[in-house]
Ligand binder design. Structure first.
Ligand SMILES: [Zn+2]
Length: 253
């Protein structure tokens, strides 16, 4: 069985001492490919460096809504230059975060839209972060209509999921679905066709229940697949096959 971790942050300091080993372990456990996600200009650069060094690791580049404070035209130009690299397969994570609200919603929207335009120009998909910004997020997506998009670390409502799926986009789920309190999100998993689901760890954060409190890593993506198989009452091999195919087509890897 093969799995793809579509959302890792291997550039974070948590992996500083054993990055090569972490990637090796993931491949040994059946994780065939990893998409490493940028969340600031500096981290996007590191993300690209990791992808250039490792055969089955790809990068996405972008500035996270909690990091837009110093975003200017120069930042945008650099993101555009990074985005043209062959190993950069998406723009993200970008979006709206009204929970942390490090910047006003107007500023967040502007930065999100500008980066989405790069994605559309280069025909790359968008990895979307959204937190407590449901209606604004839907409004922006409806207006800008990115070519393809995934709502990462899905933790919104069923209504939100329905709208996103109706636009033809994807949902990706993290270890949150293994937590006892996440019944509502498990319901969304149950109601979402496997053909629209991707797997992600969002490591080093959100370790699945079996490893909760520890550093998360791409090898644990298998735990999320197991939970989806359980919720949907299908074989793990089917979850592996369909979600891997979804990710391969979505990111072109
Ligand atoms: Zn993330």
């Amino acid at each position: 069985m093969k799995f793809i971790d579509t959302h890792a942050h291997l550039d974070f300091p948590e992996f500083k001492n054993d990055l090569d080993q972490v990637i090796e372990t993931a491949f040994e456990k059946g994780v065939e490919k990893i998409i490493n996600i940028g969340c600031s200009l500096e981290r996007s650069k590191k993300s690209l460096e990791i992808a250039e060094k490792h055969k089955n690791v790809w990068a996405s580049v972008g500035v996270h809504p909690s990091d837009v404070e110093n975003f200017d035209i120069k930042t945008l130009e650099e993101i555009y230059l990074f985005a043209k690299y062959k190993k950069v397969v998406a723009i993200g994570e970008v979006g709206l975060d009204y929970f942390h609200k490090n910047a006003e919603s107007d500023v967040q929207k502007k930065v999100f839209i500008e980066q989405m335009k790069i994605a559309n120009e280069l025909s790359k998909p968008v990895v979307v972060h959204t937190r407590e910004a449901g209606s604004d997020m839907l409004e922006v997506l409806r207006k800008e209509r990115p070519k393809n998009a995934v709502i990462h670390c899905f933790s919104e409502t069923q209504d939100f999921a329905d709208e996103v799926l109706a636009m033809g986009y994807f949902l990706s789920f993290t270890g949150i679905i293994t937590y006892p309190k996440a019944e509502e999100i498990r319901q969304v998993v149950a109601n979402t066709p496997l053909e629209r689901i991707m797997l992600e760890t969002d490591c080093p954060f959100l370790a699945p229940q079996a490893f909760r409190g520890e550093r998360n890593e791409p090898a644990y993506v298998v735990e999320i697949a197991k939970k989806i198989a359980e919720i949907k009452e299908v074989g793990l091999d089917e979850v592996a096959r369909v979600t891997t195919e979804n990710a391969e087509i979505f990111f072109g890897v």
